[in-house]
Ligand binder design. Structure first.
Ligand code: ASP
Length: 339
C-alpha cells in the first residue's frame, strides 16, 4: 500500500530534484547554446563538420547525426567504425549501430555484416519497421531489401592486424587504456588514437531545440563472433530524452550495459546533475561495483543537456571528444577521468 509518509517523502524529493534541476537546466532565455553537435574521440571533428553543415542549414538533429557519423563509417582508415573496422576473431567485420530522435523513436542493428553504413540501416529500422532492433542475418536481409549494397568491409590493413593477432590469438576482451595493451598485436602506428576499440557516439541539438543521437562501431576488436557491445543498445550506448538531454558512451560495452550507462546519465541530468557530473556518477557506478576490473579498462561517457551544455567523464585518461557550435567548429577537449 502507498502510505502517506512515503508519499510526502517522494514529493519532497521530486520538488528538491526539480529545484536542483532548474539550477542547471533553466538558464535565462536566449542562452541556449544551439545548434551544437558533440561526438566521441578526436575523429569526431570530421563527423561534427558534416553534422554542422546540416545544422546550420536549419536541418534536423536527426539528419545531422546520421550524416555526421556516416563520414567515419566510410573512412577505411578508421579501424573501429564501419568500413575498415577490425574484425572478430574469425576475421569477420560485424557492425553495431543505433539512432534515436527527439520523439523517443529509435532503431538499431546488431552484428551487421557487409554494409558500410549501419547507422542508415538503423534509421530505416526506426522509420520503416515496427521494431527497434534487427540482428545478424536478419539485419543484413533487411538492409539488402532497402537497397543497401553489400561489400567487403575488411580492408588490407585490418586483415593484417587480425593476422598478427592470430599468431597469439590471445582472447583479451578487455578494452585498452588507450595505448598499452594493443600495441603488442596491431601495427604500431595506427592513425590517431585507435587501438582495439573506439566508437563514434554523436549528440546534436538543432536550431529548433530538438535533440537526437547516433552511435556506431565495429565493436571490440577480435571479439567472439556474435558478440554485441553497448553501442547499439538504447539506454546503454545511447539515450535521448528531448526534455532533458542525451548521452552516449565508448569503452568496454559490457560494463556500460551492466549499468545501463547512457540512460543513467540522462536520468541523473533530470535530477539536476550537470552533464559532466552525470557522466562522472555513471563512471563511479562502474568503478564501485568492480574496482579491480575498472583499473584495467576504459569507459567514457559524453552528455549534453537541453541548453546545449555538455560534459564528459571517463575511467582512464585519454578520452577525448569533439565539439562544434557557434563559437568553435573544431574543438577537441580532454574528458576528465577517475585515474
Ligand atoms: N563500446 C564499444 C563496444 O563495446 C567499443 C568502444 O567504444 O571502444 O563494442
Amino acid at each position: 500500500m502507498f502510505n502517506r509518509r512515503k508519499f510526502i517523502q517522494a514529493s519532497a524529493f521530486s520538488t528538491g530534484a526539480m529545484a536542483l534541476g532548474q539550477k542547471y537546466l533553466n538558464l535565462p532565455s536566449g542562452t541556449v547554446n544551439k545548434p551544437i553537435v558533440i561526438s566521441t574521440w578526436d575523429f569526431g571533428v570530421a563527423a561534427n563538420e558534416a553534422a554542422w553543415k546540416v545544422l546550420t542549414k536549419n536541418g534536423s538533429a536527426l539528419d545531422a547525426v546520421e550524416q555526421g557519423v556516416s563520414i567515419i563509417e566510410a573512412q577505411g582508415t578508421n579501424q573501429s567504425v564501419g568500413y575498415g573496422g577490425l574484425p572478430d576473431r574469425d576475421g569477420v567485420v560485424t557492425l553495431d549501430a543505433c539512432i534515436m530522435d527527439e520523439k523517443g523513436n529509435c532503431g538499431a542493428v546488431l552484428a551487421l555484416e557487409k554494409i558500410m553504413h549501419p547507422i542508415s540501416v538503423a534509421r530505416r529500422v526506426m522509420e520503416k519497421t515496427p521494431h527497434v532492433m534487427l540482428a545478424g542475418d536478419g539485419a543484413l536481409q533487411f538492409a539488402l531489401s532497402e537497397g543497401f549494397k553489400p561489400m567487403n568491409l575488411l580492408t588490407p590493413s585490418s586483415e593484417k592486424a587480425w593476422k598478427e593477432w592470430l599468431k597469439q590469438a590471445k582472447y583479451q576482451p578487455s578494452i585498452n587504456i588507450e595505448n598499452k595493451l594493443y600495441e603488442k598485436v596491431a601495427p604500431k602506428k595506427l592513425p590517431g588514437n585507435q587501438y582495439n576499440h573506439d566508437t563514434i557516439g554523436m549528440l546534436a541539438l538543432d536550431e529548433k531545440g530538438n535533440l537526437s543521437g547516433a552511435c556506431t562501431t565495429s565493436g571490440m576488436a577480435f571479439k567472439l563472433h556474435g558478440r554485441v557491445g553497448d553501442s547499439p543498445i538504447i539506454g546503454a550506448g545511447l539515450y535521448i530524452d528531448n526534455e532533458i538531454g542525451g548521452a552516449t558512451s565508448t569503452g568496454v560495452g559490457e560494463e556500460v550495459i551492466r549499468n545501463v550507462g547512457s540512460f543513467l546519465v540522462v536520468e541523473l541530468m533530470r535530477q539536476g546533475y550537470t552533464p559532466e557530473q552525470a557522466c562522472k556518477e555513471a563512471v563511479m557506478r562502474i568503478i564501485k561495483k568492480k574496482p579491480e576490473t575498472a583499473k584495467n579498462i576504459q569507459v567514457g561517457f559524453l552528455a549534453i543537456n537541453k541548453n546545449g551544455e555538455y560534459g564528459a567523464f571517463a575511467i582512464q585518461q585519454g578520452f577525448t571528444f569533439a565539439v562544434c557550435d557557434k563559437n568553435k567548429q573544431d574543438l577537441v577537449l580532454k574528458g576528465k577521468s577517475y585515474y
